[in-house]
Design a protein around this ligand. Structure first.
Ligand code: FES
Length: 51
């Protein structure tokens, strides 16, 4: 629902969705999931390739 995907903008309030917190504990490149089917939380696990 967020217009700032993949980041939360508060649009979920009152709905069934809840945000997932991600903490960058180290400096490295990560890819956030945009298909919402990843089994790795907010991060892409390659599932989008099979959709
Ligand atoms: S974008 Fe969702 S698994 Fe890669």
């Amino acid at each position: 629902m967020s217009k700032a995907q993949p980041f939360c903008d508060g649009s979920h309030k009152g709905g069934a969705f809840v945000p997932t917190k991600y903490s960058a504990d180290e400096s490295k490149t990560v890819y956030f999931c945009g298909c919402k089917q990843s089994k790795n939380g907010a991060l892409c696990d390659g599932t989008h390739k099979a959709l």
